[in-house]
Design a protein around this ligand. Sequence first.
Ligand code: NAP
Length: 279
Amino acid sequence: MSVDILDGRETASKIRARLRAARESLGDRPVNLYSIEVGENPAAEVYLRNQKRAARDVGIELIERRLPATADTGAILEVVHALNEDPDATGIIVQRPLPLGVEARDVQGAIDPHKDVEGMTPMNMGSVLYREPRLAPCTASAAIYMIQRSGVDFEGAEAVVVGHSEIVGKPIAMFLLHRLSTVTVCHIGTRNLKHHTRRADILVVAVGKPKLVTGDMIKPGAVVIDIGINSTKDGLVGDVDYASALEVAGAITPVPGGVGPITVAMLMRNTLRATGLEI
Ligand code: NAP
């Protein structure tokens, strides 16, 4: 069976070209994405570098506000509140991980929802229940984008989402539900993961465990969206055992180079949306 590799790098580059054209329509008006970083973390630096590259490509200014690793919730909130009030700030992103003792939810929840380009505030998250908000969680939007790209019909499809985190698994499940897929959500309490994944026409895995899903757990011809990013001795891998999945899947996102670049493109799209652009 031939498998369609859903190449995120190529797709993201096409999305960015569209975003660049939209950004140009704003002329000289500044579009500034403020990035709050606390301390230094090698994985976060990689993500930040990708964001900077994408921002430059689209014509968005990414401006860093770096705080020391010792910064507490109060100090971070001070920066968030100042940026909320600053008309120069189009969008705000708080890079993770945050230091021990700082709850990401407390900090992200304080961002002005209209500048919340990661779609993490209670207002934007809550709107996910109704339909996609203008500023939707980026990885969830990216996963849906890639499923759409595969050409599969959402309506009536059996969709299985493995992982139910607030920022990834849950919004993806809601977005699939909005599109009339029949959605099953698996998590740590799921008794027989394979029983569910084997039935999936659309399988989304967002857990953070290498090789959690192997080829024998995949329905032949399924669309497999691997969101996991795991650093192993063999380099970066997803949650799906890529080699065995290739033998059965109809379409699959690689790791790296799958959902990741699309997530960053969605962040740029949200930043342009935060200017009021319909895009
Ligand atoms: P998370 O908050 O740790 O959530 C992981 C989820 O997986 C939880 O809901 C957990 O359930 C569930 N889980 C744990 N073990 C499981 C098992 N054996 N079977 C089924 N479900 C299990 O992580 P996250 O933020 O959602 O991220 C998930 C992965 O995606 C990570 O590898 C992360 O690096 C990656 N990620 C990638 C992108 C991207 O752009 N590509 C963006 C964000 C995240 P319980 O809560 O019940 O334990």
